[in-house]
Design a protein. Structure first.
Lengths: 234, 465
């Protein structure tokens, strides 16, 4: 059934398509170029990223280094859940962090139903959309982004790119030839729905809260400016 | 027609649609403005789409190759029945029972749910809007917000009936969302098969892009051991960057957001080093007349990205709602697509419902000339003599008369005051000679006296004086 349909469909498409060699098609495609990114709320990518994270109904903090990030995660967990329980993928970067200093007890592996908080170390942050990019794999099982109540994300300032096109350039650079991760996820906010009475509600099927910690050198003023800018974006 | 009359009688629903028809276009305009040069983005996407459609054989071949290399099984379905049977076969082979489904207009088009349910499977829609209408036994009224026609009170009543969870208030929208979340969480965890659609297919990488806010599609794609992606040929784009450009247009046009919560690219089954994800992935590519449309003068409708902006902008859609269109695709895009996917014989009322106001073409992110395509369908209807003979004769007389402006003005100058005088008491006619078909379903408003030309000339005179 499928084979006959395949041949039939391909034959029909050949009938309507313009004849050209793959090289000619590739040249034409290249000449089309790429689209322009959205207007940035700030010329500084860090400020723009943070403003967009907040506009996406996420929360954000700045950590100068990983030690400080550990303290922030601990404080967040205690304030939200009065526990220090956390699940994280087998990411060597997370494993190497001094969790004991903040009394945090990470469980390494895949998130289960009922887990309150999961932590991911994102591969990239995109200023244009206020999103973080994760690859599925041992370091970050796909379900860790989706099942918990709260999703905490660390991302390094040097992994912050301006546009979605820049993000794809980095993603391509990460892959050995034609070996894509099973899933590449751009996450921009807690899960939400407006399906009832067109009223926006956070926490549809995925996380109810989304907290981003930008790790590295960012002046504190960037976050102050971002809070002001975010108010103008929604 | 009867559906349209019924739709207009339900005043609560009329009010709801009026509000959405006001609010959604404003949200879209604001988002387009914040983006920057949105028209340039639309034009860029148009060029990419035209290029892709021109070489669809090449890109489909490339997609098949890369998708297979990623470990997917790729299936082709010539029509809806074939797609339904392919999916049913996969479910049966796995001895599956429970199926969790993400939002997919393609599976609405093929009636997949009923097919699987007849096969004995337990199918649950997981997008909140789709879940609500599935529980209510209805079809979507909007391609993006399928349950926007339902009030909070109706949904509350539905949930109280369908979920045996005892006494509870369920008075706020947040209560509804929380209840759906906990009920559906169980479905995600227990599902044997996940079924999702695709917003785009990327030829260079064999991946499919999924755009959602709720995260339900991603749960369907990550949790069950088998994933089936139901999609169509024209979703193909050459590069990941092209999918991102489409996504920029889609989110702003659909909901006025700058970015959806989740934009995911899925390439295939679980990799060797992974501890979660589906063990088996299938991609079912449906044609269902799309290759015919590609060869026709209506090919631009294949550029549609299913954002729903033309629905929100259409005075007819806002007036009568999605159910009045009688099939899965409503509004301007549906009025073009439905006659092409079914037949002009069955669906000729749809192109005729258009007032040619042009708002849809102004905002369509894919720059589809929707009013032109609708006019072409009406033209084809006349050429193929599908419209009633009296109608066609009337149009011929009208066309002849328009070629004689003096006679036309004399005739209308005489008829308009007459009609105004006849209809002076009610302001409208219930019946008119030679127009029984028209007045059978609506009143004909009585003229206010004087033709357009007379009023125009009077205004010109006033201006001069």
């Amino acid at each position: 059934m499928s084979e006959a349909s395949r041949n039939d469909i391909l034959a029909r498409l050949r009938g309507t398509s313009a004849s050209a060699t793959p090289e000619q098609i590739a040249r034409k495609l290249k000449a089309l170029g790429y689209a322009a990114p959205a207007r940035m709320p700030s010329a500084d990518p860090r400020t723009a990223f943070l403003a967009n994270v907040l506009a996406n109904k996420g929360s954000a903090e700045l950590a100068a280094d990983r030690k400080i990030a550990v303290q922030m995660v601990g404080k967040y967990l205690y304030q939200r859940f009065r526990t220090y329980k956390l699940v994280a993928g087998n990411d060597p970067r997370i494993a190497a962090m001094p969790w004991r200093d903040a009394g945090v007890l990470p469980r390494f592996g895949a998130a289960e139903n009922g887990d309150t908080a999961a932590l991911s170390y994102a591969r990239l942050a995109v200023a244009e959309t206020g999103s973080v990019v994760t690859y599925t794999g041992r370091a970050n099982p796909g379900r860790n982004n989706l099942l918990p109540e709260d999703h905490l994300v660390l991302v390094n300032t040097e992994d912050l790119v301006v546009s979605l096109e820049d993000a794809w350039q980095r993603i391509r650079r990460d892959q050995p030839a034609d070996h894509w991760p099973r899933g590449i996820q751009f996450i921009a906010g807690p899960s939400s729905t407006a399906d009832v009475e067109a009223q926006l509600v956070m926490g549809a099927h995925g996380p109810r809260r989304w907290h981003v910690i930008l790790v590295g050198d960012t002046p504190p003023q960037a976050l102050v400016d971002a809070v002001k800018l975010a108010a103008t974006l929604t | 027609m009867e559906q349209a009359s019924a739709a207009l009688r339900d005043s609560d629903k009329v009010e709801r649609r009026d509000l959405l028809g006001l609010f959604l276009p404003l949200a879209r305009d604001a988002a387009a403005e914040r983006y920057g040069d949105f028209d340039a983005l639309r034009a860029h996407m148009k060029r990419v789409r035209s290029h892709t459609m021109e070489h669809l054989d090449h890109y489909l071949g490339q997609f098949e190759e890369t998708a297979l290399r990623n470990g997917n099984q790729v299936h082709y379905a010539g029509n809806g029945d074939e797609m339904n049977n392919i999916v049913l076969d996969i479910c049966q082979q796995h001895g599956a029972r429970r199926i969790a489904k993400g939002k997919s207009m393609v599976t609405e088009e093929t009636g997949l749910n009923e097919h699987l349910q007849l096969g004995g499977f337990d199918v649950t829609e997981t997008d909140l809007g789709e879940y609500i209408i599935q529980q209510a036994g209805e079809t979507p009224s909007h391609i993006v917000g399928p349950a926007l026609h339902k009030s909070l009170a109706e949904i509350r009543q539905l949930f109280l009936e369908k979920h045996s969870l005892g006494e509870r208030a369920l008075e706020q929208v947040t209560d509804i969302v929380t209840e759906a979340r906990s009920v559906l969480r169980d479905h995600f965890l227990k599902a044997d098969i996940g079924i999702i659609g695709a917003n785009a297919l990327v030829a260079e990488s064999g991946t499919s892009m999924l755009v959602t806010n709720e995260g339900n599609g991603d749960l369907c794609a990550n949790l069950p051991p088998v994933l089936i992606i139901c999609t169509t040929l024209e979703r193909i784009l050459p590069r990941a960057e092209d999918a991102m450009a489409l996504q920029r247009l889609l989110v702003r046009s659909a909901t006025g957001q700058p970015q959806t919560c989740y934009t995911s690219f899925y390439s295939g089954p679980r990799r060797e080093d992974e501890i979660d994800g589906p063990l088996e992935t299938h991609i079912v590519l449906l044609d269902n007349k799309r290759s015919d449309i590609l060869a026709s003068d209506y090919r631009e409708i294949l550029d549609c990205i299913r954002c729903g902006a033309c629905l929100n902008a259409c005075p007819i859609y806002v007036g009568v709602g999605g159910h009045a269109y009688g099939w899965v695709y409503p509004g301007p895009m549906g009025s073009v697509l439905t006659p092409l996917l079914t037949s002009l014989e069955e669906s000729n009322a749809l192109p005729n419902a258009c007032t040619s106001c042009g708002r849809c073409a102004e905002i369509c992110p894919a720059n589809i000339p929707l009013p032109d395509l609708l006019r072409d369908l009406r033209h084809e209807e006349t050429l193929r003599k599908l419209s009633p003979i009296r109608w066609r004769r009337g149009l011929r007389v009208h066309a002849w008369l328009l070629g004689k402006p003096r006679l036309y003005h004399q005739l209308t100058g005489f008829l308009m005051p007459l009609l105004a005088w006849l209809g002076r008491r009610r302001g409208a006619f219930h019946t008119l000679p030679f127009a029984g078909g028209w007045t059978g379903h609506r009143d004909f408003p009585a003229p206010q006296g004087g033709t357009f030309m007379k009023r125009y000339q009077a205004a010109q005179r006033r201006k001069k004086a």
